[in-house]
Design a binder for this molecule. Structure first.
Ligand SMILES: Cc1cc2nc3c(=O)[nH]c(=O)nc-3n(C[C@H](O)[C@H](O)[C@H](O)COP(=O)(O)OP(=O)(O)OC[C@H]3O[C@@H](n4cnc5c(N)ncnc54)[C@H](O)[C@@H]3O)c2cc1C
Length: 442
């Protein structure tokens, strides 16, 4: 049985961040990485562009160079699923029965697509949209002639799929969202309404406030999808259903173990779980959120990558605290540019909000609490995202210049001199840098 000093389960943002950080602290310790996806690490957010036909997988989806694993002395077990975690023996068991030992383990197992309960999920023509293989399956179905698509879910993943379908052209799309508006998790009602209006312009039918109650077989071929029924009773004919409701932490390995789990795996500020020597990061873990001042699942790429880096530094003997993350999204579908972070829709009495919608359809909003920025939303013009994010992350008191936050051109030069000098001294804004963390292929 092979035994490694470091073992990582998951070969995506979190796993790669950890590999890089481990090698910064320990250039020689034995290191292995296991993933049930058979490919080198690729940019998951870019599966939409792959489906659009804008990216060739072998060429432009990988976010590290082909020699990455060799350069970092990483033993790869790709296309291998870990089925069991033996914490006492400090081993994992692979699907084929092989065991791999470890001294320090990182669980970067990400998320699994959420599947609402409904009849007909087993029919041909029902797809998920979180992996490159899912995108390939949809691509194949479209090439075989699928023309009427129902996208179940009007969140980021549903929009990502819808955007790819629109871009390809030649398909009718109906988006069905259970809540009363699309994208409720990443934008406020005003911004959602602007996106929905744009979708209608693009001839996408958006059905909100209803769920898909069931998927019905086609009368011509009962093994295939023929329609969906909504909770309203309406039947929508279709030949492809994209279930894109979101992801939940992939917890199968830690159930029935002493590793503490809430919604995600509980970790401390060093990304270590409640079992010493076992770390977790990314979509599967509850990292520190500096806006909520508590630990939560924040399923975004930068959190996975930076959390993975912190875990890796500490696995290699360091003592680095994660400053934390918060929900932040950069949305660029349907020719709409949007950036949001933190609390953009607070509803709490102790916050002040400022809204403007200008004649060019640019919409900006900042949310302040006790004189500090706790959230923002920029639509149409997102140039200020970097500076606003840094003000938020560094808890900078903004009272003296809060009236200027939404001005066109607000930026580094608008900040009080000492603050500006301090930022220039340590190089950068933080938002784009964090979003880019490892997303080089995007
Ligand atoms: C369509 C889509 C669009 C997105 N767009 C954006 C965006 O624009 N911006 C943004 O910030 N984020 C975006 N995200 C979210 C982002 O991709 C995730 O937050 C990020 O990939 C999480 O990284 P991770 O390393 O935690 O896990 P994942 O990327 O989920 O990877 C986990 C890996 O672990 C493997 N694994 C899990 N369990 C096992 C096991 N038992 N054995 C072996 N291998 C296992 C999985 O197969 C997978 O390869 C998007 C996600 C999707 C699906």
């Amino acid at each position: 049985m092979a035994r490694y000093k470091y073992l990582i389960v998951g070969n995506s943002a979190g796993g790669i961040g950890a590999v890089e950080a481990i090698r910064e602290g320990d250039s020689q310790g034995s290191l292995a990485l296991v993933s049930d996806e058979p490919y080198p690490a690729y940019s998951r957010p870019a599966i939409s562009e792959f489906l659009m036909g804008e990216r060739d997988f072998d060429d432009r989806m990988y976010f590290r160079a082909p020699d990455f694993y060799d350069r970092h002395k990483v033993e790869r077990y790709l296309g291998a699923r870990v089925t069991q975690l033996d914490l006492e023996g400090r081993e994992v068991v692979l699907e084929n029965g092989d065991r791999l030992g470890w001294e320090r383990l990182l669980l970067a197992t990400g998320g699994v697509p959420i599947t609402p309960r409904m009849d007909g999920l087993e029919l041909n023509g029902v797809h998920r949209f979180t992996t490159i293989d899912h995108a390939r399956n949809i691509d194949a179905a479209l090439k075989q002639g699928a023309r009427r698509v129902v996208v179940v879910g009007g969140g980021l993943i549903g929009c990502s799929l819808t955007s790819a379908l629109i871009q390809r052209g030649g398909v009718e799309v109906v988006m069905v969202e259970l809540l009363d508006r699309a994208l409720a998790a990443v934008m406020d009602a005003t911004a959602s309404a602007m996106v929905e209006a744009r979708l209608r312009e693009l001839e996408v039918r958006v059905v909100t406030g209803h769920s898909v109650a069931g998927i019905l077989p086609a009368s011509s071929d009962p093994s295939r999808v023929g329609a969906v029924t909504l909770s309203s009773g309406e039947e929508i004919p279709c030949d492809l259903v994209g279930v894109a409701v979101g992801v939940a932490p992939r917890l199968e390995l830690v159930r029935e173990t002493p590793i503490e789990v809430n919604r995600g795996i509980v970790v401390d500020r060093y990304m270590e779980t409640t079992v010493p020597g076992v770390f977790a990061c990314g979509d599967v873990a509850e990292a520190y959120d500096f806006i909520y001042d508590s630990h939560r699942v924040v399923a975004i790429w930068p959190n996975a990558y930076i959390g993975g880096r912190i875990a890796g530094l500490n696995m290699a003997g360091g003592h680095h605290e994660y400053d934390g993350c918060t929900a932040m999204n950069s949305f660029s579908y349907f020719d709409i540019a949007l950036a949001s972070a933190g609390l953009f829709d607070p509803g709490a009495e102790d916050s002040v909000q400022t809204d403007t919608v200008n004649e060019n359809g640019v919409y900006k909003k900042v949310v302040l609490r006790e004189g500090r920025l706790v959230g923002f939303l920029l639509q149409g013009d997102i140039d200020q995202a970097g500076v606003l994010f840094r003000l938020m992350r560094d808890r900078v008191p903004v009272v003296d210049f809060q009236d200027r936050l939404l001005e066109d051109g607000f930026g580094l030069v608008s900040l009080p001199r000492p603050l500006r000098d301090a930022w220039l001294g340590d190089g950068g804004m933080g938002y784009e840098g964090s979003l880019a963390g490892g997303l080089a292929a995007k």
